[in-house]
Design a protein around this ligand. Structure first.
Ligand code: PMP
Length: 362
C-alpha cells in the first residue's frame, strides 16, 4: 500500500493500516457467521462478545479500576458537555471549569444552560497558548465537580499533570488524547472521549464513570440522558453503534500489540519531538503556537511568519501527499495532529518537508 496519505487530520483521523485491513477481511463475513458484523443483532452472542471484549481491553490498557463503569454512548463528546452537568450538577451546587481554550469553552457553555458554573482557572489572558497552571485551579469544597480539557485540539496544548481535587470529582474531556499516555484513572470521577481520534472511527463516545457518580443520575432525566440507564444495560439500552465499537475493539488490540499505552506515550513523544525540534531549530521561520511547557503530544500547532507562505506550505504539502495540515480557523496557521495511529514515518516525512520548505522560502 504505497498510496496511503501522510494523514495529519484532526479527527476523524488516521487509523492503523493493519486495523483497516483486518476490518476489510471481516467486512462481508464476520467469523463464519454468514453475515457482516453490521448485519447482526446487537443482542447476538457474537456481537456481545465484541462489545464486552472492547470494554475489558479498555480496562486493561487504561488501568480502569473495578469501581468504574465503561460506557459506549452516542452524540459525541459534545453530548457529554450537556450530559455531564445534567447528571452531576445538582441545583444547589456549582460546577467548576478550567478554561484552557476552544473546547473547554464549549463544555462550560453547555453546563451554563443546566446550572451554576464557576471558572476555576483560565488561560485566556495568555491567548490559550498554555493550559492553566494546576496550582491556579480553584477547587471550591462544595463544587459538584471540576472539569478540565486534557488536550486542547485546536490550540495544541495539553496538561502535563492533573490537579488533585480531593473529594470533589474531577471530570475530563480526553477526546484528543485518550490512551496516548498513562493516566491514573482513580483520580477522576468521569472521563469522556469521542472515539474518532485515538480510539477508532466516529460514532461512539467512551465514558468512564465512577460507580457512585453514575448511581446519582437524577430520575427526572429522560432515560437516554441518564448515565445510570446505560450502566444498568451495559450500554445496550438501545441499539449501539455496533460497527464503530467493533472498530474500537480492533484498535485496542492494535494498541496492545504495540506495547500498550506506556509504549505509545514514548513513541508519541518521539514523533512530536521531530516536529517541535524542526520548529525550534528553524531560527524563527516557524514558531510554535503553544508555550513549550504546555505543548501537546497530539496536536502540534505552528505558524510561518506570513500568511502567504502558510498558504503556499499547505498547497505544496498537499501536492506531496500531506493531508490535514491547515490550522483550525480560530487559531490559523498550521496544525499537525499526530494521534496514536499516525506512523513515525509520516512525522519524519513532515519534518523533512518543513526543512526543505524553509530552504526554498526562508
Ligand atoms: N472535545 C475535544 C477536545 C475535541 O477535540 C472535540 C472534537 N474535535 C470535541 C470535544 C467534540 O467532539 P465530538 O465531535 O465527538 O462531539
Amino acid at each position: 500500500m504505497s498510496n496511503r496519505a501522510y494523514n495529519f487530520n484532526a479527527g476523524p483521523a488516521a487509523l492503523p493500516l493493519e486495523v483497516l485491513q483486518q476490518a476489510q477481511e471481516q467486512f462481508v463475513e464476520f467469523n463464519g457467521a454468514g453475515m457482516s458484523i453490521m448485519e447482526m443483532s446487537h443482542r447476538s452472542a457474537a456481537y456481545e462478545q465484541v462489545h464486552n471484549e472492547a470494554q475489558s481491553l479498555l480496562r486493561e490498557l487504561f488501568g480502569i479500576p473495578d469501581n468504574y463503569h465503561v460506557l459506549f454512548l452516542q452524540g459525541g463528546a459534545s453530548m457529554q458537555f450537556a450530559m455531564l452537568p445534567m447528571n452531576l450538577l445538582a441545583p444547589s451546587r456549582a460546577a467548576a471549569y478550567a478554561i484552557s481554550g476552544n473546547w473547554a469553552n464549549k463544555a462550560v457553555k453547555e453546563a451554563r444552560l443546566i446550572g451554576e458554573t464557576i471558572v476555576a482557572a483560565s488561560s485566556e489572558g495568555d491567548g490559550y497558548r498554555r493550559t492553566p497552571a494546576i496550582t491556579d485551579i480553584v477547587i471550591p469544597d462544595d463544587a459538584a465537580y471540576v472539569h478540565v480539557t486534557s488536550n486542547e485540539t485546536i490550540e495544541g496544548t495539553q496538561y502535563q499533570a492533573f490537579p488533585d481535587t480531593g473529594n470533589v470529582p474531577l471530570a475530563a474531556d480526553m477526546s484528543s488524547d485518550i490512551l496516548s499516555r498513562p493516566v491514573d484513572v482513580s483520580k477522576f470521577g468521569v472521563i469522556y472521549a469521542g472515539a474518532q481520534k485515538n480510539l477508532g472511527p466516529s460514532g461512539v463516545t467512551l465514558v468512564v464513570i465512577r460507580n457512585d457518580l453514575a448511581a446519582a443520575s437524577p430520575k427526572s432525566l429522560p432515560s437516554m440522558l441518564r448515565y445510570e440507564t446505560h450502566v444498568k444495560n451495559n450500554s445496550l439500552y438501545n441499539t449501539p453503534p455496533s460497527f464503530a465499537i467493533y472498530m474500537v475493539n480492533l484498535m485496542l488490540k492494535w494498541i496492545r500489540s504495540n506495547g500498550g499505552v506506556g509504549e505509545l506515550a514514548k513513541v508519541n513523544q518521539a514523533k512530536t519531538a521531530l516536529i517541535y525540534d524542526t520548529i525550534d531549530n528553524s531560527g524563527g521561520f516557524y514558531t510554535g503556537f503553544a508555550l513549550p511547557e504546555s505543548r501537546s503530544r497530539m496536536n502540534v500547532t505552528f505558524r510561518i511568519r506570513n500568511e502567504e507562505l502558510e498558504k503556499l506550505f499547505i498547497k505544496e504539502s498537499e501536492q506531496q501527499g500531506f493531508i490535514g495540515l491547515k490550522g483550525h480557523r480560530d487559531v490559523g496557521g498550521l496544525r499537525a495532529s499526530v494521534y496514536n495511529a499516525v506512523p513515525m514515518a509520516s512525522c519524519q516525512a513532515l519534518a523533512q518537508f518543513m526543512i526543505d520548505f524553509q530552504r526554498r522560502n526562508g
